[in-house]
Design a binder for this molecule. Structure first.
Ligand SMILES: *Cc1c(COP(=O)(O)O)cnc(C)c1O
Length: 245
C-alpha cells in the first residue's frame, strides 16, 4: 500500500479509537486533508482512500492544482489567511467552504462579489483561541458580535467555527483552546440567529486531533501526519512572525 494511504488509515484508526473511548460516533468527525505544498499527484493518490475533503491555504496553490484534481470528485475548503484583494480569485475555483473568515470587512467584500454573481458560499468563522498575536482569527470576546453582523449578509452561510490550537506540549493548554471554541458554539446556538447554523467545529491537526475530538471537533485538518514534513515553515502560510513553539 502507498505510504500516503497507510497514513490515512492510521489517522482513521486514531479517530475511531478516540471516538470509541469517549462514546462518539466516528461518522461525526470528518477528516480534511491539509494539502499545502502537496502535489496534485500525491493528492490524487490520497483520494484513493475515499477521503476527498481537502483544504488549501493559498489561492496560488488552488489554482496550480485545480485542473489536475478535476478528474476526481472532491470537496475543497479554504483554510488559509484570506486577503480582501484575493476574493475575486478564490471564487473561481469551486471552493465549497471558506473556513477562515475572521473580520467583517472581508465578509462584506465577499458578500458583494457573491451578490454580483448570484451565488452563496458556506463559511466558518476563524477564532484566535490561543491568544497568540501571531495567529489569525477573531478574538473570542468579539466572536458573537462578528457572527451576528455576518449573519445579515445573505450570501454567506455560517456553518460553524474554526481554530488553530496553541502549539504547546501541555495538553491542558491545547484543550483550553478547543473548549473555548466549543463554548462559543454553544453560546451562539442558544441565540438562534437567523441564517446561522452552528454545527461545525473545525479544530485539531496532526498533533492534537484526539484532544479536539474529545472536545467536540466535527472536522479535523491533518497534513504532516499524512503527507510528511513540509519544506516550508508554517510561518509562510500563517504569518511572518509566527513560529512553532
Ligand atoms: C497546515 C494546516 C493544518 C494541518 O497541520 P498539520 O500539523 O500538518 O497536520 C491544519 N490547519 C491549518 C489552517 C493549516 O494551515
Amino acid at each position: 500500500m502507498h505510504s500516503i494511504l497507510q497514513q490515512i488509515q492510521n489517522i482513521q484508526n486514531r479517530i475511531h479509537k478516540c471516538c470509541e473511548k469517549i462514546g462518539r460516533n466516528p461518522a461525526e468527525v470528518r477528516l480534511l486533508l491539509a494539502t499545502k505544498t502537496v502535489t496534485a499527484e500525491r493528492i490524487l493518490t490520497a483520494f484513493e482512500s475515499g477521503v476527498t475533503l481537502i483544504g488549501e491555504n493559498k489561492i496560488q496553490e488552488l489554482k496550480e492544482k485545480y485542473d489536475a484534481l478535476k478528474i476526481h470528485p472532491h470537496t475543497h475548503h479554504f483554510i488559509g489567511h484570506l486577503q480582501s484583494n484575493k476574493i475575486k480569485d478564490i471564487l473561481k475555483y469551486d471552493v465549497a467552504c471558506i473556513q477562515s473568515i475572521d473580520r467583517l470587512e472581508l465578509a462584506e467584500k465577499l458578500h458583494q462579489r457573491l451578490l454580483a454573481t448570484n451565488r452563496s458560499i458556506d463559511i466558518l468563522i476563524q477564532v484566535n483561541t490561543s491568544n497568540e498575536v501571531s495567529k489569525f482569527g477573531v478574538e473570542p470576546s468579539k466572536t458573537i458580535e462578528l457572527v451576528e453582523q455576518i449573519a445579515t449578509l445573505s450570501t454567506l452561510k455560517i456553518k460553524g467555527l474554526m481554530t488553530i490550537g496553541i502549539f504547546s506540549g501541555e495538553d491542558e493548554k491545547v484543550r483550553a483552546c478547543f473548549k473555548t471554541l466549543k463554548n462559543l458554539q454553544q453560546q451562539i446556538q442558544v441565540r438562534s440567529i437567523p441564517n446561522v447554523e452552528m454545527k461545525e467545529l473545525s479544530m485539531g491537526m496532526s498533533g492534537d486531533l484526539e484532544i479536539a475530538i474529545e472536545e467536540g471537533a466535527t472536522i479535523i485538518r491533518v497534513g504532516t501526519a499524512i503527507f510528511g514534513q513540509r519544506n516550508y515553515p508554517d510561518s509562510y502560510y500563517w504569518n511572518e512572525t509566527s513560529s512553532k513553539k
